[in-house]
Design a protein around this ligand. Structure first.
Ligand code: FAD
Length: 300
């Protein structure tokens, strides 16, 4: 792709950020530091993950409720249906609605035992599409769902995965956020296939700035994302150079965002891992400026 230079980007990209609920006071301070650093970029929303099998139910709620009450950023709560009855899930969603939270990222979740096959709870939602339908009955929530440019490992085929995404959108989701990936071409192919399947909802690429390849590889193996071999080469010999690793991480992710931008993408979702600097640098290269008109419009 003939991608424009960073210097030529119009500053019309729009961004959102994902965080995880902190486990300790120190981690909580780090999270708030990250939120305060990123807030002036005017994110469309920020989201907070839900620990495997619902293990962070209270912490996710507390974090989302605090963002909703102490900042002007729309806050979204991730919610999974694995290991929970419909009644339990609905009650959690109702509590979010009552706390003023209007956006849920609705997910199936994975079984708590790594590698185990997903089995729906006997009284639970069968999958994310079923969950979306249930949430729509609880309240008029905005609902985002997950998408997999390189196919979910449980999926029978890439077409079955796209059909499943369409079922989630048809059930009432308004947006899909993608699993991380490192090939813009894979994202474009996926986008073309979703369009051919009649999906008109926005598909927002999930951007993971990687500074630890070994850790990312472990995670990628579970979620069906491919780590290209050039990534290893780019980090070779940097184990004892954390600052250089960060620079390389930002460069790789910014370069991918630039290619996505050239392919028409304007909305980006960043997996921040509760650290602001990499996402901030990439947003800056994409033309976003703290307090700029674009940022203020987004915040509005
Ligand atoms: P679904 O959309 O239900 O589907 C998963 C797979 O199963 C698809 O391949 C689909 O084709 C297949 N499938 C679904 N229904 C059927 C059916 N009836 N018959 C046959 N096949 C079917 N996990 C967490 O625990 N907490 C989080 O906060 C969290 N946040 C995430 C955020 C994003 C943006 C993404 C991309 C993932 C997130 N995950 C999270 C991970 C997610 O829970 C897992 O990827 C999980 O394995 C699938 O969830 P899903 O919502 O995509 O499931």
């Amino acid at each position: 792709l003939d991608a424009p230079l960073f210097a030529d980007l119009a500053g019309d990209a729009r961004v959102s950020f994902e965080f995880f609920p902190p486990k300790s006071e120190k981690m909580e301070a780090q999270l708030w530091d990250a939120i305060q650093t990123l807030a002036p970029l005017g994110p469309r929303f920020v989201s907070v993950t839900y620990g495997a099998g619902g293990s962070t139910r209270e912490r996710t709620h507390a974090t989302v409720a605090r963002i909703a009450s102490e900042t002007a950023i729309p806050a979204a709560a991730h919610l999974t249906c694995v290991e929970a009855s419909k009644d339990e899930v609905d009650e959690i969603a109702r509590a979010y609605w009552e706390a003023g939270v209007r956006h849920i990222v609705a997910l199936r979740g994975d079984p708590p035992t790594a590698g185990a096959r997903f089995e729906p709870h006997p009284q639970g939602y069968r999958n994310a599409a079923d969950l979306v339908g249930g949430l729509r009955k609880v309240a008029p929530l905005e609902i985002s769902v997950a998408a997999y440019p390189e196919c979910h490992p449980d999926s029978a085929s890439s077409q079955a995965d796209i059909d499943n995404l369409k079922a989630k959108i048809d059930a009432g989701a308004t947006r899909a956020i993608s699993q991380f990936f490192f090939s813009p071409e894979a994202f474009f192919r996926f986008r073309d296939k979703t369009a051919a399947a009649g999906i008109t909802a926005e598909i927002v690429p999930g951007i993971l700035p990687v500074s630890n390849v070994a850790q990312t590889r472990k995670f990628a193996a579970m979620c069906g994302a491919a780590i290209p071999s050039w990534m290893d080469r780019l980090f070779e010999g940097l184990d004892d150079h954390p600052a250089a690793r960060q620079l390389v991480a930002a460069t790789i992710a910014a370069e991918m965002c630039r290619k996505l931008y050239a392919g028409g993408v304007r909305n980006f979702h960043f997996y921040t891992l509760n650290r602001a600097e990499l996402a901030y640098a990439i947003c800056h290269l994409l033309g976003l400026r703290a307090g700029s008109n674009a940022a203020l419009e987004q915040a509005a």
